[in-house]
Write a protein that binds this ligand. Structure first.
Ligand SMILES: CCCCCCCC(=O)SCCNC(=O)CCNC(=O)[C@H](O)C(C)(C)COP(=O)(O)OP(=O)(O)OC[C@H]1O[C@@H](n2cnc3c(N)ncnc32)[C@H](O)[C@@H]1OP(=O)(O)O
Ligand SMILES: Cc1cc2nc3c(=O)[nH]c(=O)nc-3n(C[C@H](O)[C@H](O)[C@H](O)COP(=O)(O)OP(=O)(O)OC[C@H]3O[C@@H](n4cnc5c(N)ncnc54)[C@H](O)[C@@H]3O)c2cc1C
Length: 648
């Protein structure tokens, strides 16, 4: 064990196991999680070579094999709890995506949430036993964001009681769905529904695309892989062109909307229920932001504890780079954000399941807030985590640029979360749409609830416009900082609403007024989400009984809130002493930095990082990893180089 990293652990002021148990929910949950992870770690079937040493085809083949093995092994172990399945898979997957990922994350959840009981009876056994292997085909070459303009059509033929699916233009070809290119034999296809000559907008259909016996594309189906990407190399994101493909009427997902045998259309209680799977994934991505950022911080902080470089005081030994204030200022606010997002991810998942429970009982009243919250927090946390992973990589110097550091793979796998499941800017605008509506309701005296109730508070403090009220902050008191973030959010929502109002008074259209206020609208959503994160971090602290853990997390929460003020100082009164306070907090966190990342409890296999190894033996491991590179399997035949030199 590297002596530096041993010393770091000896210096910690709290018990990492206590914090790990808190993050897991209990000591028993930690035990069970580790037990499941060890099933993978000790399984020779999962000890394979680094995908970075493989071609794209080899990576895809390995991913399919691993997906298949996981299915069999989970069955053999009798593991069926979704959270336990997740622990098993994320250990086996390491940083990479699963070949059957979309089947689990979107195909199955769509069947669960949008099939009638009869349809579930038919499709769930097929899907749960992987006879029907599916994906979610919504995006087209011409449209990803603006889904009301998707062009694929599903036209009802009452004479045969079938839908005829077509991609009428090149821009209507389905493009991007994960697992579509080679793996899936079915797809949930989002298409414009036409019946009795009328268009009823976007609906979901189960479309067989490959023969379940031969796996060959079915008649009228052109399908394939879209080619190499920035990352996701083991995933066959694909294209799908449908030409007069006929499916039975019963293949339209009819839990909410129906087409009768005669073609008559029965509308859903809300036309946004078709969008439900997207809200689910957005809500789950918030937790993925926390995991990607916490893994990156684990790697960068452990490495920074064992890396010695440069000279802090002449004549003294080279210090650990973690002792540089600049390195702490890079990493510790990200460590704080990783904890903040861990708590927000738990809150978002709980909120999603609570509200969808109400929706399943027919109460749709909280759907708008759920959509706005999931959209905003998905954008806010992925933008922060995306940038943070790169800061962690660069904080590791040259070795961070090596694939064996794990950071390039974390980055290229995580970065599309800023785009997929709702491009972040578009999501922030969706949240703004909800905030402006709530602001107007508050001004009319309506009582708001949930995460926007602060807009009522600010109205009561009238007549001073929010924007004119000074932000007085007690920088040592988290409650005071939460208030500052609340006031900032209220201020920026008011600024955005007034910008819209001003535009409208110039008698331009609502749409142009909206577009001309987009900067203020996005900033208002960003401020709202930032307030929600700070508020949830503070609320979590009140649940912690262990004083040592409470103290170290309180320090992180103060750092997260104060650092956020310096990043947005234009929105707060710049408090000159904040920087001094941040410096003092960095010093306070320094002895606990390694223990804080240890508490995330990522085993080496899952971390997949030579720099972030638990034992800190970085250099020896880097050398061993490099020697395994395929390029080192053979010596370059000298005459090749010799001939090149000769030709000069
Ligand atoms: C491991 C995981 C791998 C995942 C891989 C990635 C998978 C994917 O990427 S799948 C494809 C994802 N694609 C998307 O997310 C598309 C993003 N675009 C959209 O969601 C929509 O086009 C959107 C929201 C931008 C605009 O939708 P549109 O129908 O035009 O609505 P819009 O006119 O803006 O608003 C109308 C109303 O609908 C509401 N609304 C919009 N979307 C939703 C929703 N999902 N749920 C509830 N309400 C919604 C709005 O709040 C608004 O309400 P109100 O009128 O009360 O203000
Ligand atoms: C790795 C990966 C996996 C994917 N998997 C799937 C999948 O499994 N199934 C699936 O259906 N799709 C999938 N997608 C597609 C993904 O959902 C879309 O790429 C995403 O919704 C963004 O849409 P777009 O590509 O059309 O971007 P665009 O909307 O064209 O975005 C381009 C730019 O236009 C801006 N913009 C667009 N509209 C507005 C607006 N109203 N106001 C202001 N600015 C705007 C955006 O902010 C952005 O800057 C995947 C994509 C990736 C990268």
């Amino acid at each position: 064990m590297n002596p530096d990293i041993c010393r770091e652990r000896e210096n910690a002021t709290f018990n990492t196991e206590t914090l790990t148990n808190m993050l897991d929910g209990s000591a028993e949950k930690t035990r069970r999680r580790r037990e499941i992870e060890s099933l993978v770690i000790n399984d020779p079937d999962f000890q394979h070579d680094d995908p970075n040493f493989m071609s794209r085809s080899e990576r895809y083949d390995a991913a399919v094999k691993k997906s298949s093995q996981m299915i069999m092994k989970l069955r053999d172990y009798g593991i069926s709890d979704p959270e336990e399945i997740y622990f098993y898979k994320r250990t086996a997957r390491r940083t990479f995506h699963e070949a059957f990922g979309l089947h689990y994350t979107m195909f199955l959840p769509t069947l669960y949430s949008q099939c009638t009981p009869e349809q579930q009876k038919k499709w769930l056994p097929l899907a749960e036993n992987f006879k029907a292997l599916g994906t979610y085909a919504q995006t087209e070459l011409g449209h990803g964001t603006h889904i009301r303009k998707l062009e694929t059509t599903a036209t009802y033929d009452p004479s045969t009681q079938e839908f005829v699916l077509n991609c009428p233009t090149v821009s209507s070809i389905k493009w991007w769905p994960g697992g579509l290119g080679k793996t899936s034999n079915h797809a949930i296809v989002l298409a414009q529904l036409y019946t009795l000559g009328k268009c009823h907008g976007l609906h979901a259909f189960i479309v067989p695309i490959r023969c379940m016996k031969t796996h060959q594309p079915l008649p009228g189906v052109t399908v394939g892989d879209i080619g190499p990407k920035f990352g996701f190399e083991e995933v066959d994101n694909g294209y799908l062109k449908l030409e007069n493909v006929r499916i039975p009427r019963e293949n339209m997902l009819m839990k909410y909307a129906q087409v009768e045998p005669d073609g008559s259309y029965l509308k859903p209680p809300s036309d946004k229920l078709t969008y439900g799977t997207m809200v689910f994934i957005r809500a789950m991505i918030v937790g993925e932001s926390a995991r990607a950022l916490s893994k990156s911080c684990t790697i960068a902080i452990r490495y920074s504890a064992v890396r010695h470089q440069s000279e802090l005081r002449p004549g003294e030994p080279e210090p650990q780079i973690l002792d540089y204030q600049a390195q702490q200022y890079k990493l510790f606010p990200l460590l704080a954000a990783a904890y903040a997002f861990t708590f927000v991810g738990q809150y978002m998942s709980d909120t999603y399941h609570r509200i969808t429970g109400h929706i399943n009982q027919g109460d749709f009243s909280q759907l708008p807030e759920l959509h706005a919250l999931a959209a905003g927090l998905k954008a806010f946390t992925t933008w922060t985590a995306n940038a943070g992973i790169e800061v962690c990589r660069m904080a590791c110097g040259g070795h961070g640029y090596l694939c064996c550091s794990g950071l390039p793979d974390i980055y290229v796998t995580f970065t599309p979360t800023c785009t997929y499941e709702g491009e972040n800017t578009v999501m922030m605008l969706q949240t703004a749409r909800f905030l402006v509506k709530c602001y107007r309701q508050a001004r009319e005296g309506q009582q708001l609830s949930g995460t926007v109730s602060y807009l009522n508070e600010q109205q009561r403090l009238q007549p001073q416009p929010v924007s004119s009220r000074p932000t007085v902050v007690n920088i040592n008191d988290l409650a005071s900082l939460v208030e500052a973030y609340k006031l900032r959010a209220a201020k920026l929502v008011e600024v955005a609403a007034k910008s819209l109002q001003g535009e409208l008074q110039r008698s331009i259209s609502q749409e142009d007024a909206w577009n001309n206020s987009s900067i203020e609208l996005v900033r208002a959503s960003d401020a709202h989400c930032h307030y929600v994160v700070v508020e949830l971090f503070a609320a979590k602290l009140s649940e912690i009984s262990d004083t040592a853990v409470h103290s170290v997390l309180n320090t992180l929460a103060l750092l997260y809130a104060l650092h956020g003020i310096t990043l947005n100082s234009g929105d707060f009164l710049q408090l000159s002493q904040i920087t001094q306070r941040i410096k003092a907090l960095l010093v306070e966190i320094r002895p606990n930095a390694v223990a804080l990342v240890d508490s995330f409890d990522y085993n080496d296999e899952m971390l997949n990082s030579v720099l972030g190894r638990y034992d800190g033996n970085v250099y020896e491991s880097m050398f061993e990893w490099a020697k395994r590179s395929p390029l080192n399997r053979t010596e370059v035949r000298s005459f090749i180089i010799f001939n090149i030199i000769q030709k000069k």
